[in-house]
Design a protein around this ligand. Structure first.
Ligand SMILES: [Zn+2]
Ligand SMILES: [Zn+2]
Length: 329
């Protein structure tokens, strides 16, 4: 099968011909049709996430069809079913976190496209307990970004609880999906982009942002909550200054540059600063039920599998409106 392989951090992915993996009991062999490109993939390539399996097939927003079933007699899936494979690849099911309904924090979790080969390839195998059925009506390419940008974005969004005025710092793949949830629920989104990113601000307004501007600016009124999607630690004190008393700032990324020191007064008055890690299967089920009701429409920029390095470069340089997705013919 064709695959794009990461052999070592800080080197480009290489096109390779690998054997098609075979599913163990409890696993599915998935013929990959689309795989979303995520900022986390960049953090892995750049060596900022330090425990990848190597060599590695990246990619954790996988949409494909079931090509083979490891345990035919007791599978929830049938051959040909459309499935999504997310970042959470497996959990131990018995640690403290698994037992408390926080499998996103499992001590023994393994992640797709990081410790398990992912979807930058024609085929992948996945633990079927962690695969999701893909909602009807979503073409493969449009469904792929729902699986991480959408799903982990949704977990971050839920952490803002009942906030009416929500700031999004960084208006990329996750924000362009979550703004649709927020508008559907009657909330107001304030979009913050890099200074001078007129195209990004226009894109945010087009999707329903009540205000869009530079992340260096304060919003016209204090916010109830903010989500930081950009991996920029300097945005933490900025966002804390933008939220009102009791407001929450959620760091949604898996990696962030160093957070500069800030005076206690920007956190004072019960402002809350928190991170969000990974996803639970419950997040996935909830979000994939919600997506077609709204219905969420994803904006995708499509690259062929062999252009994975170009897709990563475009994401790094902020040239993607919405999500970059690899189409795997
Ligand atoms: Zn566990
Ligand atoms: Zn991701």
């Amino acid at each position: 099968m064709r695959a794009m392989l990461l052999e070592a951090p800080n080197s480009p992915l290489k096109p390779k011909d690998l054997p098609i993996p075979s599913p163990n009991p409890g696993q599915l062999l998935v013929r990959v049709r689309a795989c979303g490109v995520c900022r986390t993939d960049l953090h892995i390539v750049d060596g900022e996430l330090t425990h990848p399996k190597l060599p590695l097939v990246l990619g954790h927003q996988i949409v494909g069809t079931v090509a083979e079933i490891g345990s035919r007699d007791r599978s929830r899936f049938q051959l040909g079913d459309r499935v999504g494979v997310p970042w959470l690849g497996s959990t131990c099911q018995h640690c403290y976190y698994c037992l408390k309904g926080k499998e996103n924090l499992c001590d023994g979790a393994l992640f797709t496209g990081y410790q398990i080969n992912g979807g930058y390839a024609e085929y992948t195998v996945a633990d079927e307990r962690f695969c999701f059925p893909i909602p009807e009506g979503y073409p493969d390419l449009q469904a792929a970004p729902l699986l991480c940008a959408g799903l982990i974005g949704y977990r971050s969004y839920k952490m803002t609880e009942y906030a009416q005025k929500i700031g999004f710092y960084g208006f990329g793949a996750a924000a362009h999906i979550l703004i649709q949830v927020a508008c559907y629920q009657g909330r107001q989104v304030y979009a913050f982009t890099r200074a001078g990113d007129d195209r990004g601000q226009e894109f945010a307004r087009h999707l329903g942002a009540v205000w869009a501007g530079s992340s260096q600016d304060l919003p016209p009124e204090p916010l109830d909550a903010a989500i930081i999607f950009a991996p920029v630690g300097g945005l933490v004190p900025t966002a804390l200054r933008a939220v009102a008393k009791g407001g929450t700032v959620v760091c949604a990324g898996i990696h962030m540059s160093q957070i500069p020191a800030f005076p206690y007064e920007v956190l004072w008055e019960e402002r809350v600063l928190r991170s969000v890690a990974n996803l639970t299967r419950r997040d996935g089920i909830e979000f994939l039920n919600l997506a077609p009701q709204i219905p969420i429409k994803t904006e995708v920029e499509v690259f062929p599998l062999e252009a994975a390095n170009e897709a990563l470069a475009a994401l790094r340089e902020g040239r993607i409106n919405g999500s970059a997705v690899l189409a795997i013919e």
